[in-house]
Design a protein around this ligand. Structure first.
Ligand code: FAD
Length: 327
């Protein structure tokens, strides 16, 4: 197994951690909407260590990080953090900001593309609003030879996200991809329904980060892991380009072997990880000659993003708690 790069906590190999983590994950995701938790974390979070997961609160700070990662040989994507915007002007301003970010990436020659959320661009105000905004961004990115990834959010956003993605593709915009979450029962079918876009289909596969009921998502991690492997294999077997977005070394090891055995070139996939998570492992994969993209978000609206990262790993909460004690 590769080194974790996340501190001294080791996890027993039996199922205990899986169920403890499951309860913990639910608790954190539920607490995210609690006003007391939210105001406390927002007030102190950045000083207590949120900066380990977020590349600063403004674009200048983020660009420094993106440049340094580019110099080291990594690919990156960046995100202006924010979601669930309910004001049309604000959603349009977010699109304008993304256009400024794309220009800056180009000017500073960072090897960076964009990952964005449709609820940040007004999806909650209507599909048309989000479409108009994202279309502006994808069109601008096309002129710069850049690529836009549409993140996947809560399960009730999957249908509009797929419709918007397909509409962009139908408009002839090919520099756009989206994401599928292996924890959703529907994902096998969603992937199959897009395969006719292959080989020009660039998808990121993730396990899934939101709190979803058992009516729509596998409650057991073992099923999610199995599905993730099956879905990535399906995409690779069908000539798609895949962002294998996980920090799970068992899954990464599987695809190192799978691609080797099936003669799938390293230009057909990339490993993607989050900024600040398993940094040593990111470097190891890069040194082995794999393409590694680091999702490097920034912005003042980091609270829900941080809470999802805390929910993924109890040790992250301990890490923040230790900073409180140290102060
Ligand atoms: C590039 C990228 C983009 C993503 N985009 C989306 C998206 O659009 N929609 C969505 O729903 N989800 C997204 N996610 C989140 C994803 O769904 C998972 O919640 C997250 O990646 C954790 O799962 P894992 O695959 O790393 O595996 P896990 O089984 O959760 O973790 C495997 C190992 O990785 C390490 N690890 C995992 N998470 C953390 C963490 N937070 N801190 C420290 N160590 C950790 C631990 O060592 C753990 O044992 C994205 C993830 C990545 C890497």
């Amino acid at each position: 197994m590769s080194s974790n790069g996340q501190g001294p906590i080791t996890e027993p190999a039996d199922g205990r951690w899986s169920s403890i983590n499951g309860i913990f994950r639910k608790g954190i995701l539920l607490a995210t909407s609690n006003r007391l938790v939210s105001s406390g974390v927002k007030r102190f979070g950045m000083r207590l260590g949120a900066g380990n997961f977020v590349a600063g609160e403004d674009l200048d700070a983020c660009i420094q990080v993106l440049k340094a990662l580019t110099d080291r040989g990594f690919h990156t994507n960046t995100t202006l953090l924010g979601e669930h915007v309910t004001d049309e002007q604000m959603a349009s301003d977010v699109a304008s900001e993304y256009i400024r970010i794309l220009d800056r990436i180009d000017q500073d020659e960072c090897r960076t593309n964009i990952a964005l959320k449709l609820t940040h661009l007004g999806l909650d105000l209507g599909e048309e609003v989000a479409y108009r905004n994202v279309e502006r961004i994808v069109t601008h990115a096309e002129t710069l030879g850049n690529f836009i990834r549409i993140d996947m959010e809560e399960s009730d956003r999957v249908d509009p996200t797929i419709r918007i993605f397909k509409r962009l593709r139908a408009e002839g915009l090919e520099n756009v991809g989206t994401v599928f979450q292996s924890y959703l029962y529907r994902t096998d079918d969603d992937i199959k329904n897009l395969l006719d876009l292959a080989p020009n289909l660039n998808l990121r596969i993730v396990k899934g980060a939101y709190l979803e009921p058992a009516s729509v998502a596998y409650p057991e991690k073992v099923d999610v892991d199995r599905k993730m492997i099956e879905q990535i294999e399906t995409l690779l077997d069908n000539d798609c380009y895949v962002g294998i977005a996980t920090h799970d070394d068992r899954i990464i090891d599987h695809f190192k072997e799978y691609t080797e055995q099936h003669g799938i070139g390293r230009d057909r996939f990339e490993f993607q990880m989050l900024y600040g998570i398993r940094t040593q492992y990111q470097q190891e994969l890069l040194d082995e000659g794999y393409k590694v993209r680091i999702a490097t978000p920034f912005g003042p609206e980091w609270y829900p993003y941080l809470m999802r990262r805390l929910a993924e790993r109890p040790a992250n909460l301990l890490f923040l708690a230790k900073n409180v004690v140290r102060r």
